[in-house]
Design a protein around this ligand. Structure first.
Ligand code: GLN
Length: 542
């Protein structure tokens, strides 16, 4: 029997609902339950694929090619279950489903309304594509009180009613702010938020209260009294030093115990030894390395969420702390002296990105890494910029570039219009919808057995997630190989370059995919483990 846990948020946004959901998933899993996590986002975009990273942070891509919210990345990292398209939905997608049905006449002449048609479509999504999960945790994006989230709240209210308390639990995350001038923690915002939820018919079963300092018993009692729940169901959620300490911290406050008690489940205590092990490594590293991330959305590190986490995982694997130096690549275009910033770093990573802005600066960073023998990791756009760098400076192809930025003399990066996925021919429609022109999701690649990447992966057959439009132009392969860039990973049909590396360099690898999306704290991605290891070696030199 699948049980549903709905997680809503109140008072303010950015309280970390995603992490709270992921942590609860991890705790239930550690008690031996099978879990699945889902996200319902109230905005009108059909998916976040078309949103700027500044609007929305990273777009997380699943194996089955869905562009989703970055919280799905947290879910995957915490519970190790690969997210699917069916785990993420938005108001835009729900409405396009409903309107599609209406156009096909499927409502048989009825007046189509938010209740029941939209709420039915939401309920269908929540309960679809499940197998033998014990728990489905659904996070509702946004903050209670927003107009947009009302249909979602109504849908989960209905589900609570239909399935009963023994199959549904409502968790509400709020903030208990510290007011310095009064020298007090304030419970009023939490009271109002619970009341707001009650106003749409949902009595929270558990309140999780984010707070920067311990919540005294008196305040906890008061919240319980005013919000109509037992005191042990008011769980303090205090700030912690690393996100990987969240599951243990919530467990210590009784979060998972109360969830089990709500469902009347007698479950064994969770085994959190592996969580404590990684937290120990994060808190007590044996050394430190500095990696420069030379990108274009560096003001908002959320745009590179999975990348930063994958770096932490690489650090855990090598027992070092990885310090990230976020550098806006444009500075290398406008200030000649800016490259000196790269002199003390132990590794340079150029991440993914779209559009021309900052690309020349990334090419400069790749050149610096190649010439100065500094470990270089190019991810997606970072690979493309490294290829242009070699083309221009080693293959003597002046004017080499990417057609993404306009016409150029040597399009070493260009748009491919068709490719094979397994045995099916996929085609890119350049005039089509934005998402339709991208190579999205898991694709296989074959590695050269003699290459460094084959050694790193320990295999020659890999599968990684993609999200890009442009490809390295195979027509330039021989020229680029002669200039020292080895094409060490290719698509199975041999047409799409997936990985390039520079033999003889301490560590210079570019990948067309996004390895960071598959890195997990308990299974660090081999490329990140190896890159951080190379940075450790570099730190002994500089
Ligand atoms: N803009 C490049 C492309 O579309 C790279 C995309 C990315 O880095 N994810 O191919």
């Amino acid at each position: 029997m699948t049980r549903f846990i709905f997680i809503t948020g109140g008072v303010v946004s950015s309280l970390g609902k995603g992490l709270c959901s992921a942590a609860l998933g991890a705790l239930l899993q550690a008690r031996g339950f099978r879990v699945r996590l889902r996200k319902l986002d109230p905005y009108l975009n059909v998916d976040p694929g078309t949103m700027s990273p500044y609007q929305h942070g990273e777009v997380y891509v699943t194996d089955d090619g869905a562009e989703t919210d970055l919280d799905l990345g947290h879910y995957e990292r915490y519970v190790g279950v690969a997210a699917r398209r069916s785990d993420s939905v938005t108001t835009g997608r729900i409405y396009s489903t409903v309107i599609g049905r209406e156009r096909r006449g499927e409502y048989l002449g009825a007046t189509v309304q938010v209740i029941p048609h939209v709420t039915d479509a939401i309920k269908e999504f929540i309960t679809a594509d499940l197998a033998d999960e014990d728990f489905v945790l659904c996070e509702i994006g946004g903050t209670v009180g927003d107009i947009e989230s009302l249909p979602f709240l109504e849908a989960i209210r209905q589900l609570g009613n239909e399935l009963g308390r023994e199959r549904v639990c409502f968790v509400h995350l709020t903030l208990v702010p510290w007011i310095a001038s009064a020298g007090e923690l304030k419970t009023k915002p939490t009271q109002h938020s619970a009341k707001e939820l009650l106003g749409v018919g949902i009595q929270p079963d558990i309140l999780l209260c984010r707070c920067e300092r311990p919540i005294p018993d008196g305040a906890r009692k008061k919240i319980a009294l005013f919000c109509n729940l037992r005191e042990q169901r008011v769980i303090p959620a205090l700030d912690v030093d690393t996100i990987y300490a969240v599951p243990s911290a919530y467990h210590a406050e009784g979060f998972d115990r109360e969830v089990c008690a709500h469902f009347g489940l007698a479950a064994p205590e969770p085994d959190l030894a592996r969580w404590e092990e990684i937290v120990g490594r994060i808190r007590r590293p044996e050394g430190e390395v500095t990696i420069a991330i030379v990108g274009k959305y560096t003001h908002l590190p959320d745009s590179y969420k999975s990348l930063a986490e994958a770096m932490t995982h690489g650090g855990i694997a090598n027992n070092v702390r990885v310090r990230l130096d976020w550098i806006e690549s444009e500075v290398f275009e406008t200030e000649a002296a800016a490259l000196t910033q790269l002199e003390g770093v132990h590794g340079i990573l150029v991440p993914g990105g779209f559009g021309e802005r900052g690309s020349e600066g990334m090419i400069e960073a790749a050149r610096f890494a190649r010439e100065r023998q500094v470990p270089y990791f190019g991810v997606c756009l970072g690979l493309q910029m490294a290829v242009i760098e070699t083309a221009r400076h080693r293959a003597r192809l002046p004017g080499a570039g990417s057609t993404e930025f306009g016409p150029c003399a040597h399009p070493v990066i260009g748009l491919m219009t068709e490719w094979l996925r397994g045995n099916t021919l996929e085609q890119r429609r350049s005039g089509g919808d934005l998402g339709g022109t991208m190579r999205l999701g898991a694709y296989a690649a074959v590695l050269d057995p003699e290459s460094r990447v084959a050694e790193i992966y320990g295999t020659t057959q890999i599968s990684e997630r993609h999200r890009h439009r442009y490809e390295v132009n195979i027509a330039y392969r021989d020229t680029l190989e002669a200039a020292g860039l080895h094409f060490s990973g290719m698509s199975p049909d041999g047409l799409l370059p997936e990985i390039v590396e520079i033999p003889g360099h301490p560590w210079f690898i570019g990948v067309q995919f996004h390895p960071e999306l598959k890195s997990r704290p308990f299974e660090p991605h081999p490329l990140f483990t190896s890159f951080v290891k190379a940075a450790v070696a570099q730190s002994r030199l500089v």
